[in-house]
Design a binder for this molecule. Structure first.
Ligand code: 5BU
Length: 255
């Protein structure tokens, strides 16, 4: 099914907004800006903003994080129409993740449309985050699989993530992973480890191409270094966007 038809099946308002935005903007590209200064972050975000549906942050890698950064990030997300995904990978007891999501220096729940979690602590990790996120209409992605070599998130672990996500479909909007036939159309699949020029790095990352990722059943590709280390990040983002969008069109035509 097409993103715009699937949007109608999504109970979570952030998921629905994202799927509609992808269809309207014709982008299924998420750029991950893993840089360490807010100036560099905002400079690249302004350049790639027109090409993306989602911007992924690792807010704790910024050396000079402050509230002005958040204001500018939200301004850019409004100007260029993309959502913000903080790749926080929460993984603790419910009470602790609740505090980490809402409090601390970063106040993630105040500005991140979407965040994610490991399921290793048990289902209370979802319940804790939901207490904070649901009233703010936020969405959660569960990590079902990782792109790194030797990951333990396979088999039963992956299937349990799908099950707990489906049990919490008001808040869980989908999965980080490669995609799977058993995932309902109301859930999004988002895939990191995508690069056109490399098959991996020397720290365990494993890459596939945008076309491979989309053909494998994912909805959104995440590209980090393929875009932000390019000489021209705007052109690189355009290239990845076109590759992922045409692969989506091919997939829908085949079905
Ligand atoms: P890269 O530069 O395209 O390799 O960056 C990939 C990003 O996606 C980076 O921020 C990772 O933390 C993130 N990531 C990942 O690479 N693999 C995973 O399984 C998950 C997140 Br979950």
């Amino acid at each position: 099914m097409r993103y715009r038809d699937r949007a109608q099946l999504m109970p979570n308002p952030t998921a629905k907004r994202l799927a509609e935005l992808m269809d309207n903007k014709q982008s299924n590209l998420c750029v991950s800006l893993d840089v360490t200064t807010s100036a560099e972050f905002l400079d690249i975000a302004a350049k790639v903003g027109p090409e993306i549906c989602l911007l992924k942050t690792h807010i704790d890698t910024l050396e000079d994080f402050n509230d002005d950064f958040v204001l500018e990030l939200l301004r850019l997300s409004g100007e260029h129409r993309f959502l913000v995904f903080e790749d926080r990978k929460f993984s603790d007891i419910g009470n602790t993740v609740r505090l980490q999501y809402e409090k601390g220096i970063h106040h993630i729940a105040d500005w991140a449309d979407i965040t994610n979690a490991f399921i290793t602590p048990g289902p209370a990790v979802i319940a804790g985050l939901k207490e904070i996120g649901l009233p703010r209409h936020r969405g959660l992605l569960l990590i079902a699989e990782l792109s790194s070599a030797g990951s333990l998130a396979t088999g039963d672990y992956t299937n349990t993530a799908y099950q707990w996500g489906n049990d919490n479909a008001d808040f869980v909007i989908g999965y980080i992973g490669k995609g799977n036939q058993q995932i309902p159309e109301s859930m999004l699949t988002i895939t990191p480890g995508v690069n056109l020029d490399s098959t991996g790095d020397n720290l365990g990352q494993q890459y596939q191409t945008p076309a491979e990722a989309i053909a494998g059943g994912t909805d959104i590709i995440i590209v980090g270094r393929g875009v932000y280390t390019a000489d021209d990040p705007a052109s690189a983002a355009k290239l990845y966007r076109q590759a992922a969008w045409s692969a989506y069109q091919d997939r829908e035509r085949l079905n």
